[in-house]
Design a protein around this ligand. Structure first.
Ligand code: CA
Length: 719
């Protein structure tokens, strides 16, 4: 399956709902609106070719006055008719995507009066050629378990069904879960890789799932191909989630002697789960008839079946690969120094793109895989396929220094990465310790030279998982985070299926996605006057997309628990004996022991480092000789480290008391780069319009609220 035309055309129907504004009050009696073709009281989106407005009242009307304004200008020549209880307004000539104010003053025969202003907006039919890219992660950890969502038990069938709808919502690519046979059979999310060539095609791995072993959790290979065909037909790309690091669910154990340098049981023999017979596949597809997936294909395991004990066991003749993170993560750790394994993986990558029909890869836990292999594999797959294949690294590094460091360690310009450092900023925002004016410096997406190598996101199957395995979903300020990534000039944003479909954010996210696809074009910049609590960002618009550009605002609604100051902090540690190195690791550097070395400049045995930190709480430890984690003494606060020990916590600039929120709106003067232009808030969180001056400045507004604190102001007219 090939794609010859990647250009996408999206037919957009923009639908806005603006709440009705009551400017008057009901009169002395009971005169009220019963029905209207403008919709109900909180939906006011109408077709632009509407010929007549009808408003039905509760009583017979005696007289009415009607004023209709289009983008602030009064319309002339309307025909007004009264027919009993009905008011009819005709001879309309409405324009696309304009804001209308209908002011009605009516009186019935008993003298009851009705005064109301109804705001509505007309739909726009506008075709954006090559709209902005947008990815959806189409799975989550608990998928298939909810009895109210039985369709999620057969994801490949569900995707075939939903592909067109998802594309119409504005998505251009889908990240699918690992499609290969895995250790846990039908229960395995897919990360316990058993056989990368078995996409739900062969009856194998019966030991772990005697009930049913051909399909995976998501379906059969045949169903996967149906889903991929539908995804492709809808104009979207599909990405394969590949786990190179490890294999799990071996069929039998082998006696293996350990290396003299093995951290545990050096030189001894253990019983390792390392023999994958792949008998169900009968060596179909791969060259596995020339060699075996036995212990020689691996470097290490963490389980000795003979003594039923855990450890870190490196095999005789093996050593760690050239990885950026620790080589060992879990399972049977694949040895990428072997030429035949690299060759096997090259052919597999080619097969997945050319034969199965995927368009790219998400590389799981890739910082634990040999970087030379990763670079050569990307190059091989790119060279041996006919399309521009996408490669996205999952390298869980929370600082942009260390994530950029990973990309350099691999050294292939086609490799992009999930922006964990930006997500860390969203976690800070959730915890009330982000100075929002600092947002423009956070993440790979804001790092010079790496802006377009970022895949931005808010949560995924690891960060937002029931039972909280990794523990810190962005459970508040989530729309603020999505507004940021969806309007930003750089990076490809990723939306999480669980947020979209399960957490009922679809309606709100669709509005933001609509704004992204219609208006988020041209250069982007943060406003000059952002504050600790409010962030504004502008897209200047592009000539390629008529009427584009926007002013985005997010506000944290008084939830910040810290001042916006910066602090210069010196950390010091005295090991008390000669050591090779000391470093600082913690929330300030994504717990990277190599990111922040400490030095003993004057040779007095005290190691120090000075860091500039914004107000907040930061957990940390010291690391001696690269791998000994030391609990700092004398800190003002401690928290559990999740491994039975304690992390020290430094607290900087805690706010004296909770911030009192008195204003409903925050107003910020922002240069929109669009002079004399009228804007409305596409999210409908703020009513009314903002018109910019001759220099492009306008007084833009956002709600001071965690729940509704985001706005996307888009142009509706140019005078
Ligand atoms: Ca590894």
């Amino acid at each position: 399956m090939f794609k010859f035309n990647k250009a996408k055309v999206l037919f957009l129907v923009l639908i806005l709902s603006l709440t009705v504004v009551l400017t008057g009050c009901f009169g002395s009696g009971d005169l009220f609106v019963v029905d209207s073709n403008l919709g109900d009281y909180n939906l006011s989106s109408v077709p632009e070719d509407l010929e007549e407005i009808t408003v039905g009242f509760s009583e017979d009307l005696l007289e009415v006055e009607v004023v209709l304004e289009e983008n602030g200008e009064q319309l002339e020549g309307l025909t007004i008719d009264i027919d009993g209880r009905d008011l009819r307004i005709s001879n309309l000539e409405l324009n696309e995507f304009s804001l209308y104010n209908l002011m009605v003053r009516a009186r019935d025969e008993s003298g009851n009066e009705f005064i109301e202003r109804i705001e509505f907006i007309t739909e726009e039919n506008f075709v954006v050629e090559n709209p902005n890219e947008l990815m959806m992660q189409v799975f989550y950890w608990e998928m298939g378990q909810d009895p109210d969502r039985p369709e999620e038990r057969d994801l490949w069938l569900l995707l075939e069904d939903k592909a067109e709808e998802i594309a119409e919502a504005g998505f251009t690519s889908l990240w699918l879960p690992p499609a290969n046979k895995a250790f846990g059979g039908l229960e395995d999310v897919g990360y316990g890789t058993y056989d990368l060539w078995d996409l739900g095609e062969f009856d194998q791995q019966r030991a772990n799932d005697p009930a049913g072993t051909i399909r995976t959790k998501y379906g059969t290979k045949y169903e996967l191909e149906g889903a991929l065909a539908a995804i492709s037909a809808a104009g979207m790309d599909a990405y394969y989630d590949v786990i190179f690091n490890h294999r799990m669910g071996a069929d039998t154990t082998e006696r293996v002697r350990l290396s003299q340098s093995s951290p545990d049981k050096p030189g001894q023999e253990i019983e390792a789960w390392t023999y994958f017979d792949l008998e169900g596949r009968q060596k179909y597809y791969s060259r596995a008839d020339q060699w075996k997936w036995d212990w020689t294909a691996f470097d290490a395991v963490d389980w000795d079946q003979a003594s039923r004990s855990e450890g870190r066991f490196i095999f005789e003749g093996k050593s760690w690969d050239n990885t950026y993170g620790s080589d060992y993560l879990m399972g049977s750790d694949v040895d990428y120094s072997r030429e035949d394994i690299r060759h096997e993986m090259n052919e597999w990558g080619e097969w997945i793109v050319n034969e199965i029909g995927f368009d790219g890869f998400r590389l799981d836990a890739i910082k634990h895989v040999d970087s030379d292999f990763t670079r050569e594999w990307i190059e091989y797959v790119q060279q041996n396929t006919e399309q521009d294949v996408v490669f996205i690294a999952e390298a869980w590094e929370n600082s942009d220094d260390s994530l950029a460091g990973y990309l350099e360690h691999v050294g292939h310009s086609d490799l992009t990465a999930f922006d964990f450092p930006l997500r860390e900023a969203f976690a800070n925002m959730r915890d009330g310790r982000l100075n929002l004016s600092d947002l423009e410096n956070r993440g790979l997406v804001n790092r010079e030279g790496y802006e377009n190598r970022a895949v931005t996101f808010v949560d995924n199957h690891d960060t937002d998982r029931d039972g909280d395995e990794y523990g810190d979903a962005i459970y508040s300020h989530k729309y603020q985070a999505y507004t940021y990534i969806l309007m930003h000039e750089n990076g490809i944003p990723k939306v999480y299926w669980k947020d979209y479909y399960v957490e009922d954010m679809k309606e709100g996210l669709d509005k933001l996605i609509g704004a992204r696809n219609r208006f988020a074009y041209g250069p982007g910049y943060a406003a000059e006057n952002n504050s600790a609590d409010n962030f504004a960002y502008v897209r200047k618009g592009s000539k390629e997309v008529e009427g584009s550009g926007l002013v985005m605002m997010i506000n944290q609604g008084g939830s910040r628990r810290f001042t916006g100051e910066s602090f210069e902090v010196t950390f010091s540690y005295e090991p008390g004996e000669a050591v090779e190195s000391v470093s600082l690791a913690g929330e300030i550097n994504g717990w990277d022991p190599s990111a922040t070395p400490m030095v003993d400049e004057n040779g007095d045995g005290v190691y120090e480092v000075t860091k500039e930190l914004s107000a907040g709480e930061y957990a940390y430890k010291f690391v001696v000789n690269g791998d000994q984690w030391i609990e700092p003494e004398g800190a003002e606060k401690y928290v559990g480290d999740g491994h039975g020990g304690q992390n020290a916590v430094i607290v900087l600039g805690a706010a004296e008391e909770e911030q009192e929120v008195t204003e409903e709106f925050y107003t910020q003067k922002v240069n929109s780069s669009q002079p004399n232009t009228t804007f409305i808030d596409y999210t409908a969180n703020v009513e009314g319009t903002v018109t910019t001056d001759a220099d492009g400045y306008g007084e833009f507004k956002v709600r001071v609220s965690v729940e509704d604190g985001w706005s996307v102001w888009v142009p509706i007219s140019s005078n």
